[in-house]
Every structure is written in C-alpha cells, then in structure tokens.
Design a binder for this molecule. Structure first.
Ligand SMILES: Cc1cc2nc3c(=O)[nH]c(=O)nc-3n(C[C@H](O)[C@H](O)[C@H](O)COP(=O)(O)OP(=O)(O)OC[C@H]3O[C@@H](n4cnc5c(N)ncnc54)[C@H](O)[C@@H]3O)c2cc1C
Length: 373
C-alpha cells in the first residue's frame, strides 16, 4: 500500500493537515507517538490565545486571517465551541515599542482595536491594577481557543472521512528512495509519495539539521472568583513588564484563572527532561510577582501543567521542503505562538500534499533565512 501522504506528528498542525488532506480525497496516514490530544506535546493546557493585531510581523497576517475563517468553519462542522471572543488586552510600559507596533498592525490590516490608557484600563476592569506609566490595546475580535478540543475534532473528522490513523506509535526513521518516503515505526514500515513532518518540539529527532530548541514551559491555575470570569467580560491578556518579562492569561473558568510566563523556561534535550509541573522550584511562583502587582485577589496556585515550545533562532515559524523535488514538507519552530495558525498551516500542508503551489505562502518561513552569507 502506498499512501498519497503520511503525516508524522498529528498534534495541532498535523491533526489539521490530516483532516484537510483527507477531506480533499487524498489517501492519508496520520501517525503519532501518542494519542492526540495528549499532554506530551505543545497543545495541552485547555486554552491558547488568538490575536489579530500582531507585533510578530506582517508575514503572519495572511495565516491569521485564513485561520479565522477555518476556526469558524471547524466550530460549525463539529458543533463544538472552540473559540471565546473575550477580547485580548495587551499592556506594556509607555516607553516600550509593543503597543505602537500593535496599533500599527491593526491599522494596516483593519483589525478592530481600542487604545487604552492605564486609567481607562483600571476604569473598565477594576481588578486590573495597571500603573500610570503603562498603556494598552484591546484587540476586540480576539479571544482564546480550546486547544485539546480542537485537536480532538480534527482527529475525529479525519477518521470519519476514512483517514488511516496510527497512534501511540513513534516514528523512528524516515528514508527517501526512488521517489517514495519510507517511514519506520514500532508497528512496521509505511510508504508514501509525500511526507509532512509536524512533530512539534521533537521534529529535530527526525530532521537533525532543523534549528529548533525545545523549551519546557509551565502554566498555572489560580483560585479566582467571578470578577475575573468571561461572564463578567474579563479579557484574555498579555503583559510585558519593565524588566522585559512577559505574561499572559485567560478569563477565569470555574473560578480558576490560568496565567503563564512567555519568556524563560528550561531548554530540553529530550522529552523525558520535560518534568511535570512542580518539579522545578520556580514552577509555582514564577507568576506571583506579576499577579501581586497587576491582578491582586488571586490566591492559591491550584495546579499546573508543563508543556514545551519549539523555539526557532528568530522566534518565527519554520516551513520548508525536505527534498529538491518538493515531496517532503516540515512545519516546526512555531516558537510558542503557533496554535492560532494551526488551521491555516494544516491547510497549506494539505495543498502541498495535493501538489498545489505553496512557494509564495511559505517563502517568509523557509530555512534559507538562517543561511550565512
Ligand atoms: C505553554 C504554551 C502556551 C502556548 N500559548 C499559545 C497561545 O496562547 N497561542 C498560540 O497561538 N500558541 C501558543 N502556544 C504554541 C502552540 O501551542 C504551539 O505552537 C503548537 O501547539 C505547536 O503545534 P505542533 O503541531 O507543532 O506541535 P504538537 O501539537 O505538540 O504536535 C506534535 C505532535 O508530534 C508528535 N510526535 C513527535 N515526535 C514524533 C515521532 N517521532 N513520531 C510520531 N509522532 C511524533 C507528538 O506526539 C505531537 O502529538 C503555546 C505553547 C505552549 C507550550
């Protein structure tokens, strides 16, 4: 049996790719080392931010805009709530470039935003104690996605459309001979005309030259109350502080407010080093100073989870071909901000599998940007 395409890693991007490729009548095999959704990759922890004003650069806007359409479609097709339009409030010191960058992005791409002074933020959300030398921007159409639920729906829809799925079965080797890819797993070898590697933090094990660094990150849930809930219009948020540290969080659900730190973390050599929450001394306390100053009223840390980022050298996505004939594709290095774009990335992967031209759309993300002169 020769598949049209094998997808190695069926987490956020791979699940979307498998679903869209199958819907497009390709003969697809999705493989994963675990059973997605799961807690051994980058997609667990319930929620992920979806923002439209994007300081990370214009290259992301086509992906964000296409993802918006695809997220809406997935919600409808699956009859599942996957997105909450809570708005995302970003705050930063007046002298930092972040808020002007977000406003410029919003203006260029017609994103609905509202610029807010510290006083206006405190008036609107009296629980947010923002100092006078800060300001912010509310990304009005933005909000947060339910990450595991979304992966679950793509996997289910793909399976219902007849996609072959091999889970709890790591890929140990990939070879390319005679215009075919041979994929080795504990379950045996599988062959396809094309391959898509979406193995997240561990893609480097299969593509050793990939310049990515897996980093352990933690998320923590704090005892909260209705004032911080989406029912009372408390927003999702990002916060950049004077010392450059960055935090983000979500409206409380069931009186549990999730907050995490975006910068920092522990570089990983292997998945086994990604210790459970609580096993690194700073896990439970890394957000305390932020919470104490900006969101006083949170009390005990209830629980947490550990997850991994797959950081590229410049923090931007990596999407590139694996061979000169363009029959292999890798999508990795999503660097802690890729979930929102997973539908668009999965669709690009499916277009690749269909033999359509994707050079233009992937050109800002190709590896050649790291080549030294
Ligand atoms: C704590 C945290 C917070 C984040 N917050 C946000 C956010 O707010 N907004 C946002 O947009 N993004 C966010 N991200 C980033 C986003 O979650 C990731 O960019 C995205 O989930 C990565 O998708 P992926 O498909 O590359 O990886 P994954 O979803 O991890 O999928 C990779 C899959 O490959 C499988 N795999 C690995 N190796 C093998 C192998 N050898 N054989 C078979 N299968 C294999 C894994 O089991 C896994 O299922 C966050 C990430 C983390 C960790």
């Amino acid at each position: 049996m020769i598949y049209d395409v094998i997808i190695v890693g069926s987490g956020s991007v791979g699940a979307a790719a498998g679903c869209y490729a199958t819907i497009n009548n390709l003969n697809v095999l999705m493989i994963d080392a675990h059973h997605p959704p799961h807690q051994q990759g980058s997609h667990h922890g319930t929620t992920r931010l979806m923002r439209y004003a994007y300081a990370e650069g214009d290259r992301y806007m086509p992906l964000l805009q296409r993802s918006k359409v695809l997220w809406d479609a997935l919600e409808k097709t699956s009859s599942t709530t996957l997105f909450r339009r809570s708005g995302v409030l970003s705050i930063a010191p007046l002298n930092a470039p972040l808020i002007p960058q977000l406003l410029a992005s919003a203006q260029t791409w017609s994103v609905q935003v509202e610029a807010l002074s510290a006083q206006q933020i405190r008036q609107r959300w009296e629980t947010f104690v923002v100092p006078d030398d800060f300001h912010g921007v509310l990304d009005k159409e933005a909000g947060y996605l339910y990450s595991e639920k979304a992966v679950e729906q793509w996997i289910r829809l793909a399976q219902e459309q007849g996609c072959a799925q091999l889970f709890n079965c790591p890929v140990t080797a990939i070879e390319h001979h005679d215009e075919l890819y041979r994929v080795t797993t504990a379950d045996g070898d599988y062959t396809a005309r094309k391959i898509i590697i979406t193995a997240g933090s561990w893609a480097k094990k299969l593509v050793p030259d990939l310049p990515i660094t897996p980093v352990r990150k933690v998320m923590a849930w704090f005892q909260s109350d209705g004032r911080f809930s989406h029912h009372t219009h408390f927003p999702a948020f990002t916060a950049q502080l004077d010392d450059g540290s960055q935090y983000y969080g979500f409206p409380a659900e069931d009186d549990q407010l999730k907050v995490a730190r975006h910068d920092g973390g522990q570089p990983l050599q292997s998945a086994a080093e990604c210790l459970p929450f609580g096993q690194v001394p700073t896990d439970g306390s890394e957000c305390f100073a932020f919470l104490k100053q900006f969101l006083p009223g949170q009390s005990a840390c209830l629980f947490g989870q550990a997850c991994s980022y797959d950081n590229s050298p410049d923090g931007h996505f990596i999407i590139d071909y694996l061979d000169e004939n363009k029959t292999g594709l890798v999508i990795s290095g999503l660097s802690g901000h890729g979930f929102k774009c997973a539908p668009a990335l999965g669709e690009i992967a499916s277009h690749f599998a269909l033999g359509q031209e994707i050079d233009t759309v992937i050109s800002p993300f190709r590896l050649q940007r790291f080549a030294t002169a």
